[in-house]
Design a protein around this ligand. Structure first.
Ligand code: ARG
Length: 473
């Protein structure tokens, strides 16, 4: 049951089969209907379908493929349909299978026979490619704007904390002190790459499928440049077979969405960790936490946990569509109707996650005291000691590393931090060490010393914040 003919049937009967059923004498089995019908989900393409039809009808008129009279009747009918949709009274009907045939069937009810001319030089194959591409294009734009809002929330939170100490981790072990602002700005970079991936995908997908028709192009004197321009595309897509068979645009968008979701899940995970009483680095207000029905003391970071989990849905969507597309022969196969649900679900989940994360970032408050204490614990300034030995005494770094390891061991024996190790004990390891060394062993000094481009020194962090403020303005 394919849509091989671009001609509408001469007579309308009240079912989807009427639009393609000229050669059929029996009705489809109920199960055939059940598996075939897509209106329950592709109704989300209604706006794009109407816009595409308006552009197509205008082009058919301009090129003389249909008369002005018919074109005007079609435009008036499409306008009415748009109004019905806006008012929520458009009848979406299962018997008309999908959004394309629902619109056409309604058009016929509203304007009669001219409705049958709208599908000239068009197939549902290029129509669905168009509608879906426009939907994904809009989703990329919406997501790009949401990412920007999240970045702004991160920058706003980072700014007052450009110098707020926190431990930097590797292996989730205290590594070197950093600032909370620096840490938040790391996510601004990550989300910046996400935004650019969406923009990049958008520019590659911005070619119009309309006019590829069923698969081979059209014998009518259509003007594909006109419809491409009217629908905001850069140009018509160049190969009709590729055009109706291609869903790269959705895969790319889902790929970008999956990577973005991975970033969100990492931030979500950090929020969950930071929220534990053991860390106690941040607090979220009641706005983004929930209680337990049995344990009265609980304040759970459910929103962060759900953002973390939704990355599974996003990645699943990418895999789902990739598997649908894998191994499909050219050109259109009905398998491709299964492209929409994962894509819709993925973007719904991503948009919700991005908003929830922006809300949480604005909401969270760091506990500066606890983070400062943690920043100084775990011998986090050991590298600073080694660097001092290199700088002040001219030791090779390997040797400095070894001496510092011994100093850490001594501190462990004494049950103190590096600053608590007496000078005599340090000099027992390297006699030339002076008490000037203690100045570099505080987390403040450690952070302030990391002035290399992109480093955690507060001035570096501030200049990155300034740079992003200009980018995001
Ligand atoms: N509902 C279909 C889809 O989403 C529209 C295209 C149908 N084309 C066809 N030749 N049956 O893929």
């Amino acid at each position: 049951m394919t849509d091989d003919s671009s001609d509408a049937p001469a007579k309308a009967a009240p079912s989807g089969q009427a639009m393609w059923g000229g050669r059929f004498s029996d009705k489809p089995a109920e199960l055939m209907q059940a598996i075939n019908v897509s209106i329950s989900f592709d109704r989300r393409l209604a706006a794009q379908d109407l816009e595409g039809s308006r552009a197509h009808a205008a082009m058919l008129q301009k090129t003389g493929v249909i008369t002005s009279e018919d074109a005007e009747a079609i435009q008036a009918g499409l306008k009415l349909i748009g109004e019905e949709m806006a008012a929520g009274i458009f009848p979406f009907r299962e018997e008309f299978e999908d959004i394309h045939m629902n619109v056409e069937a309604r058009l016929r009810e509203l304007i009669g026979p001219p409705a049958g001319r709208l599908h000239t030089a068009r197939s549902r194959n290029d129509q669905v490619a168009l509608d879906f591409r426009m939907w994904v294009r809009e989703a990329c734009d919406r997501t790009g704007a949401q990412i920007k809002a999240l970045q702004k929330a991160l920058v706003a939170k980072a700014e007052p904390h450009a110098a707020t100490l926190m431990p930097g981790f590797t292996h989730l072990q205290p590594a070197q002190p950093v600032t909370f602002g620096h840490h938040l700005m790391a996510y601004v970079e990550m989300f910046g790459r996400d935004a650019s991936r969406f923009a990049d995908a958008r520019s590659r997908m911005n070619e119009s499928p309309l006019g590829a028709a069923a698969l081979a192009g059209s014998p009518f004197p259509i003007d594909r440049d006109q419809t491409a321009k009217a629908l905001g595309f850069d140009r018509p897509a160049a190969n009709s077979l590729d055009t109706v068979a291609d869903r790269d645009f959705a895969l790319e968008a889902l790929g970008a969405a999956s990577i973005c979701a991975i970033h969100l899940s990492r931030l979500a995970e950090e929020i969950v960790i930071w929220m534990t009483p053991q860390f106690g680095f941040i607090a979220l207000t009641d706005a983004f936490t929930t209680g337990s029905s049995i344990m009265p003391q609980k304040k759970n970071p459910d929103a962060a946990e759900l953002v973390r989990a939704k990355s599974g849905r996003l990645l699943g969507s990418f895999v789902q569509l990739a598997v649908v597309m894998k191994g499909l022969p050219l050109t259109y196969s009905k398998d491709m109707q299964e492209d929409k649900v994962p894509t819709f679900e993925a973007f719904d989940a991503l948009e919700l996650s991005l908003s929830a994360m922006a809300g949480m970032v604005a909401d969270l408050e760091p506990n500066k005291e606890r983070m400062a204490v943690a920043a100084g614990s775990g011998f986090s300034t050991a590298t600073d000691l080694a660097d001092w030995l290199v700088r002040e005494l001219g030791l090779p770094f390997r040797e400095a590393h070894h001496i510092t390891g011994a100093a850490v061991k001594r501190a462990e024996q004494l049950g103190c931090g590096l600053t608590g190790v007496p000078l005599a004990d340090l000099q027992a390891l390297e006699p030339r060490i002076t008490d000037g060394v203690y100045q570099v062993l505080t987390p403040e000094a450690s952070v302030a010393s990391r002035t290399s481009y992109g480093g955690t020194a507060p001035d570096q962090v501030r200049s990155q914040i300034q740079r992003w403020k200009e980018i995001l303005a």
